[in-house]
Design a protein around this ligand. Structure first.
Ligand code: BGC
Length: 762
């Protein structure tokens, strides 16, 4: 090799040792480009590299890359230098490693992670910047752990508060979920780690999830259940998507011709891989023909369920190879799948542009804390007597004696719940967070109730013993006794990550709080008026005692920094700004799916399939309560602050728009209180007159603003024709009909004081 691009004197000056690495790094690929094969040549377009790789692969190599080789990995192409592809759950942190072919822990000592808040909490921030931060931080943890794909985020719609996995999703509204999922994916993939958006689609039941056949109108499918997936594909460019367990139109969704071939791949032009949910593939022919690209988690050896190391018997393994060899299929379908898998390789494992990852860094803990603090929702904060005056109970004013009550104050919530369970490096429990923050106070604890005392989940042991044998009466009596002595009582109750709570595999069986918590709360409310109830859950719960409890906080499952985050909100170091991503019903009857007796579904004869008709149609969440004119406990978009905000006059930059136009609404918002705080301006659109039945209003834009005391900001919210459209079943198109619309702007779906009528002209 001749060096003629730098004078020798330069080398002398700066030294060979320093220059050589630069020279090799910068120029070697180009110098060598004639000698290296196209598929390895970074300078060549990816599609060309894919074609080249494909042309070199044998049938066996092609078959190998489209199915798993272990619980969470699929093989690369060793002969050609493509490494194995490692996936992992998702979506709240990087799951600890399991054994090659077992669900048990591999027993690594370097796989503890940071747990980020559950996605419900992320959605409650209503802040896309938090979603970006989440994705980036998680991506860095995944890189360190050698994972090329994270199995998440989840964007199934919160159809009923009994949904066991709602905590892993982003609420009831398609627009909110769409705005939050896009930056999560972009953040993750900016680190060279693929997202695998799940569970596509209509996966709204956990109970018998492999057998539920969803019957839903095209309109509800497109308006409610698909938009977040569509945004993930068409806006975020997700590299992976996971088929759901359930069926739609009698076909399992991991090989569903309408959902995968037609909508995802044809209409949305998706170029990534479709991954089966673990065990979601059931048929070779359907998997070949209906859009599945990468099969994971099947439990069959062709004869029985539950076989181990049965990877060769996967539907897309030897059974598929045999059908090719017998001439039933050509290479066409196989090449199409392999092409997508190779594209994934180039985007992840084969990408040289990836940064380095790191695990459990302070920056990740800070991200987890910040997201948690922004997601906590202050549901209620009524004034209570304080000396001679009355003022809101929160934030707490240096109480001398604090009583913390409830199992959820001492329970790790990053462990359990199914596949999202984690092994964290640390999790600050609420009681510890409060003790740390209120060091000057005397902080006592009473158990109050016993929920689930299981000490380990999937091989991860919970640090703190929850052993307790005293009966409920005794626990309540003890808590009441202590409450009488306290200046303030903080109850940590709600659900947990055990079966039939917020947990994969089953749905909740009741809307009410479990473990006799209502009795405890009533008793404490009678004993001490200065009562704060912090609800830990990913779902709404019944609150029959609400009028007797002055302060209620929704604390979600918020990960590693839970205790610190909640304590900072209770103390007022952080001014709460979370807003509910779902409607919090008073009772199940307020929810469309339950009011119409449309959840769960009905077994068919033969007890193989459950048909579940989504009779409430597009009327999910606030769309239903608006239509029925019922007042939920807390509305979608609700969330209080320790400061006050005043909205000014809403103006529009025009009062008429055309189909290719945009319209911008502007509203001044002022922080009229004495603390800095954030408010989220929400814009809903109401169609005055339409040829189809339309919701009273629908969220179409929002913006969170941070304001110092006295500060005013002009908030602008822009929409276009898409915000006015509905899915027209008569021609399968999104349609905006000309006529009058109203923009409703405010701070929650039940507080929209600013209004402006405008017209769409064609
Ligand atoms: C879950 C998925 C998860 C997969 C792998 C399945 O049971 O439904 O969400 O990613 O397991 O753990």
């Amino acid at each position: 090799m001749r060096i003629n691009f730098m004078s020798k004197s330069v080398f002398k000056e700066i030294g060979w040792v320093k220059v050589l690495p630069f020279y090799l790094f910068a120029f070697l690929p180009f110098a060598n480009s004639q000698n290296i094969p196209v598929y390895l040549d970074d300078t060549k377009p990816v599609e060309q590299r894919i074609n080249d790789a494909l042309s070199r692969m044998t049938l066996d190599e092609k078959i190998a890359v489209i199915h798993a080789q272990s619980k969470f990995s699929s093989p690369g192409v060793k002969r050609l230098g493509f490494p194995d592809l490692w996936t992992d759950d998702g979506p709240h942190g990087v799951r600890p490693d399991v054994l090659w072919d077992e669900w048990e822990q591999a027993g690594q000592t370097n796989d503890s992670c940071v747990a980020f808040p559950a996605l419900t909490c992320l959605a409650a921030t209503w802040n896309p910047l938090m979603a970006r931060l989440y994705g980036e931080s998680l991506g860095e943890e995944a890189l360190y752990r050698g994972k090329a794909m994270i199995l998440g985020p989840g964007v199934n719609i919160y159809r009923t508060p009994l949904g066991g996995r709602n905590f892993e999703y982003m609420g009831e509204d398609p627009w909110l979920a769409s705005r939050m999922v896009v930056p999560y994916i972009q953040g993750l993939q900016s680190k060279g780690v693929a997202a695998c958006v799940k569970h596509y689609a209509l996966n709204n039941d956990e109970e018998y999830r492999h057998q539920v056949n969803v019957i839903v109108s095209d309109r509800a499918l497109h308006e409610i259940y698909l938009p977040a997936f569509k945004a993930a594909v068409t806006e975020a460019g997700t590299w992976g998507i996971m088929g759901a367990y359930n069926l739609y139109k009698n076909q399992h969704n991991c090989h569903n011709s309408i959902l995968l071939n037609k909508i995802l791949k044809q209409d949305w032009r998706y170029d990534g891989v479709v991954v089966s949910d673990w065990g979601g593939c059931h048929d070779t022919d359907e998997a070949v023909a209906n859009g599945l690209d990468l099969e994971f988690g099947s439990w069959t050896d062709g004869l029985t369920m539950g076989a181990t190391n049965a990877y060769d018997s996967y539907y897309l393994a030897l059974p598929y190879k045999k059908l090719i060899q017998e001439g039933k299929y050509t290479m066409k379908e196989l090449d199409e799948k392999v092409r997508r898998v190779l594209r994934l390789f180039y985007r992840t494992t084969m990408s040289r542009l990836k940064p380095y990852g790191f695990l459990c860094s302070e920056s990740h803990y800070n991200a987890a804390l910040k997201i948690a603090q922004e997601g906590v929702v202050l549901l209620k904060n009524d004034p209570v007597k304080n000396g001679k005056t009355r003022q809101p109970l929160l934030p707490l004013q240096r109480p001398e004696r604090i009583l913390v009550v409830g199992e959820n104050a001492i329970k790790m919530m990053t462990v359990g719940g199914g596949s999202s369970s984690l092994k964290v490096q640390r999790e600050i429990l609420p009681l510890d967070g409060i003790r740390e923050r209120f060091k000057g106070s005397q902080v006592d604890f009473a158990r109050g109730y016993v929920g689930d005392t299981i000490q380990s989940y999937n091989g991860v042991t919970v640090g703190r013993s929850l052993y307790e044998t005293r009966p409920a009466d005794e626990l309540i009596a003890e808590a009441v006794d202590k409450a009488r002595q306290a200046d303030v009582v903080i109850i940590f109750g709600g659900l947990n990550k055990s079966n039939y709570q917020d947990c994969e595999g089953h749905d909740r069986q009741q809307y009410g709080l479990p473990y006799a918590q209502d009795r405890l709360i009533e008793a404490l409310a009678a004993a001490n008026k200065r009562l704060v109830y912090v609800n830990i859950s990913g779902n709404g719960v019944a609150m029959p005692w609400l009028s007797k409890v002055p302060a209620v906080v929704q604390g979600w499952f918020i990960g590693s920094e839970a205790g610190e985050a909640i304590a900072s909100v209770l103390a007022g170091d952080v001014n709460p700004s979370g807003k509910l991503p779902f409607t919090w019903y008073d009772s199940l009857e307020q929810c469309g799916a339950h009011a119409l007796n449309a959840f769960p579904g009905t077994w068919r004869e033969g007890h193989q399939i459950i048909d579940e008709t989504y009779k409430e149609d597009i009327y999910v969440g606030y769309r239903w309560t608006d239509k029925q004119k019922v007042k939920p406990l807390f509305s979608f978009g609700h969330g209080l602050s320790y400061t006050t905000f005043k909205l000014g006059r809403l103006t529009a930059n025009k009062l008429q728009m055309t189909a290719d136009d945009e319209i911008t609404f502007t509203i001044p918002v002022t922080n009229t209180g004495r603390r800095a705080g954030a408010e989220t301006l929400q814009l809903y659109v109401s169609d005055r007159k339409a040829s189809v039945d339309r919701p009273v209003k629908e969220l179409k834009a929002f913006q969170k603003v941070f304001l110092l005391p006295g500060e005013t900001q002009q908030v602008s919210l822009t929409i276009d024709k898409r915000a006015l459209s509905f899915y027209d079943e008569s021609n399968s198109r999104w349609t905006a009909e000309p006529g009058l619309f109203e923009a409703l702007v405010g701070t929650s779906s039940d507080c929209l004081p600013a209004r402006c009528t405008f017209e769409l002209k064609m």
